[in-house]
Design a protein around this ligand. Sequence first.
Ligand SMILES: *Cc1c(COP(=O)(O)O)cnc(C)c1O
Length: 485
Amino acid sequence: MNYISTRGNQEKKTFWQGVLQGLAPDGGLYVPEELPSIDFHDYVDLDYRDLAVEVLSLFVDPEDRDKIKSCVLRGYKNSFFKENLIDLHQEEDFSVLELYHGQTAAFKDFALALLPQFMKEASKEKLLILTATSGDTGKAAMEGFKNVEGIDIVVFYPHQGVSEIQYLQMATQEGDNTHSLAIQGNFDDAQRGVKELFLDQDLKSHLEKNQVHLSSANSINIGRLLPQCIYYIYAYLQLVKKGTLTYGDKLDVVVPTGNFGNILAGYLAQKMGLPLGDFVCASNKNNVLSDFLETGVYDINRPFFKTSSPSMDILVSSNVERFLYFLTGDAKKVKKLQEDLAQKGRYEVDQDLKDKMASWHGYFAQEEEVQEEICRIYREKNYLMDPHTAVASLCYQKYKRDFAPQGHALILSTASPYKFPHTVLKALGQEGDWTDKEAIDHLADLTGKEVPSVIRNLWVKTQKPEEVISCQEMKKIVEKIGDGE
Ligand SMILES: *Cc1c(COP(=O)(O)O)cnc(C)c1O
């Protein structure tokens, strides 16, 4: 099984090399040269870990199966997740896949519990992980890498661009090898900065003096992407087991989308043979993606909004590049589009590509709509959604209105409502001058829904002071950490 760049660099890599490199030398993203084709029905009785071992083993050489198995057992050890790795909350015509029962109460735990294990397996050398985060990745990555020997991790997040709880999660992070820094800018600035550091030859040679190698934990890393396929497969098979689906029925999926990694993993699962139906890509007011899917024009020349679903406040969704590659199989075309994006902030895909996206639908939710949706779902179903999940739920309503789908749908729920207590309370008509902790307690009293212990415990841990830097200072800081300072 080989990995190649979305931009046509012919050099073939193993999974492990792709994991270590993060970004391909030509600036593209690693993709498997071909996707395995699987009859997932055979896997219906597997538990989550065994399913992960089976599926992920297909993405490495056969002799590496044991390596994958030990990564999965270490990464998904019992203490990392509660007993219910995943919950499926079922309503009449849709189910909500709750992906937030991990260490940081957000779905990124699924990938970020495994990535450090892949890296440890892949390298005997010292590694320095650079990550840009819009809030959740940073914490989940630091948690995954915490005290992993030989690896340091540096996380850059937008100053005042994350929720208070996300901030607190990072400020209370344990582990001498974890570093978090606020940058003066938004998530795109952080992401661009990190991308530039990876291509910086001067930084590379500086670090190599200390035998330190750079790597990434961002959702551009192929080791992040593949583990996310598993929960689509698992959820589908659970719905078959429950009798909600008969194997082969099309299951539509609705995904609250930012960097496009989560939804792309669903697409890969479909390409491997999972009977998924339509893809509904849900955006907030930063609606680049919904415009793209509807018009074929990807255009970032527009205002950037800070919304109540901050993990989706993104204009450049990196994983769209892989999507274009899988749709066309044409690295030249992908390269041209990405060049247009870099130069003009915009590209337009041709009719052929538009036709290939026919079962993809982009919708977006305005801020008031998110509030109304949280409230509606709570009142009608006694179910509590976080703002990201509510964006998806609202977009599902719009999709239903336009397409009247007959089958069942799966809404991916990416964070616990208790990560965004003020927004959720406001949606329920409760406004007050509360601290986050008070807001959480109030929300719990009001709804009777249990607060995840990983959130409740944030207030008893010691906080580090925040360090704010400019984008220009990122390189200097990384050099220092590489020097062991
Ligand atoms: C990261 C994140 C998203 C967006 O996922 P992508 O894979 O970047 O599209 C949505 N919701 C939450 C809570 C997140 O943390």
